[in-house]
Ligand binder design. Structure first.
Ligand code: PMT
Length: 399
């Protein structure tokens, strides 16, 4: 069943960043009820949140509601999680002292769901002992508090007080909504994106992988308590908060990095589209344009290391290894061959010619095939749900 998250937006410059948070949560089918203080409406309009959350935004304790008989009580009763972000010093003080004189502070008191408070303010205000005392008081009442980020603030001062990255808030919310911590104590390494092989100093061979599949696996694993190393080829995605991110360019570099970390890992997942060929002789200078369009240029290709096969040969007892198979024909048959040859525990086969599957899509259509023989075909799902199913299969093997 879909979850409901209430977001209380209070009056700070970071209020505009909450629009992205709402949009991210909606993509996960989470029902988001946005509440705003009057000050917050000076920084971002309720219309923005109404459009993104697909719901009326509540800005006033006395606003008429068709949904709830007594609005602040009705809202509070519906919530699985209440988030106050950005939380100003004023709202934190009210919450710490049980003051209920506006919509959000009233919902806070009527609410029985877990509460996440995300302070964001000028660093002197944040460091002020009164504010710090109030924060300590809130954590004693079991409110979850997110540390603000350090850096240059909108007011020009430098220090703690910035709203943490939206992705970090999102992850925290997902962890609070989904407290499964079945990978706690485990180290997982996943690769993602495309490797690149140089032709000359300006050109290279790559493929269509965006990194989406591997990045959501990293995100899912970290939200379930794992220590995650994300070894990423070329990708424009921002690494999920809380993962150790290592960039790799070519297949050889990616292989070296993964071999180095392999002994410390309990789980290894190969979601990257690793190039199978590299240029035999990379040109030292930029190759000159051909004189005529009809001229041809021959480039000799040689093989790259098969990363999973190399890791599979060095697999330590109990280590779980998972690969993907990106196929355009004979999906199951080809995937099974890769499962065997790379010494994997299971393989995630995707027919990359299918609509909504494989490269760049936000969805995927996969069949998980286990070494022991059983296989399960999944319908088209978001890559996030595919990642959750892969991690579920890993957890089954661990148990
Ligand atoms: O990144 P996205 O845009 O979200 O796209 C997702 C994806 C299509 C890249 C992903 O779902 C996927 O299928 N990844 C594997 C792509 C691939 O290289 O498949 P393959 O069948 O060629 O390789 C089989 C397995 O061996 C893969 O786990 C691959 O990472 C690994 N491999 C392949 C070649 C090589 N030299 N070294 C390897 O380790």
């Amino acid at each position: 069943m879909s979850k409901t998250v209430g977001i209380g937006v209070t009056g700070g410059i970071a209020a505009y960043k909450i629009a992205e948070l709402v949009s991210k949560l909606k993509k996960d089918d989470i029902d988001v009820i946005v509440m705003m203080t009057q000050s917050a409406t000076k920084f971002i309009t309720p219309l923005t949140f109404k459009t993104l959350s697909d719901r009326e935004v509540i800005t006033d304790l006395w606003q008429e509601s068709h949904e709830w008989k007594v609005q602040h009580i009705g809202v509070a009763e519906q919530l699985d999680l209440l988030v106050i972000a950005p939380a100003t010093a004023n709202m934190i003080a009210k919450m710490a002292h049980g003051i209920a004189d506006d919509l959000i502070s009233t919902v806070v008191l009527a609410n029985t769901a877990p509460v996440l408070v995300v302070p964001a303010m000028n660093s002197n205000m944040y460091k002020n002992p009164v504010v710090q005392d109030n924060i300590v008081k809130l954590s004693r009442y079991a409110y979850e508090i997110m540390e603000p980020a350090d850096g240059v603030l909108a007011c020009g001062s430098i220090g703690p007080g910035r709203l943490p990255e939206v992705d970090a808030i999102y992850q925290k919310i997902m962890r609070m909504l989904n407290p499964k911590q079945d990978l706690r104590g485990k180290r997982l390494m996943v690769n993602a994106g495309t490797t690149c092989e140089d032709i000359d100093p300006v050109r290279f061979i790559a493929n269509r992988s965006t990194g989406k599949m591997g990045y959501v696996i990293a995100e899912e694993a970290v939200s379930r308590g794992a220590d995650v190393i994300l070894v990423s080829g070329r990708s424009s995605l921002t690494p999920p908060a809380g993962v150790e991110h290592i960039s790799a360019w070519g297949a050889e570099e990616m292989c070296e990095i993964m071999l180095k970390y392999q002994p410390a890992c309990d789980i290894i997942i190969g979601a990257a589209a690793v190039g199978d060929f590299k240029i035999a002789q990379v040109a030292e200078q930029k190759i000159k344009k051909m004189a005529n369009k009809s001229d041809t240029l021959m480039i000799e290709l040689v093989g790259t290391p098969d990363i999973l096969r190399t890791l599979g040969e060095a697999k330590k007892p109990g280590q779980i290894m998972v690969g993907f198979a990106a196929e355009t024909q004979d999906l199951i048959e080809n995937a099974k061959k890769k499962l065997e040859s790379k010494n994997l525990d299971f393989i995630v086969a995707n027919d990359v010619t299918q609509e909504g599957a494989g490269f760049a899509a936000d969805t995927n259509i996969v069949t998980i095939i286990h070494r022991k023989g059983e296989s399960r075909a999944f319908p088209k799902m978001t890559k996030k749900d595919v990642a959750a199913s892969i991690i579920d299969s890993v957890v089954d093997l661990l148990n």
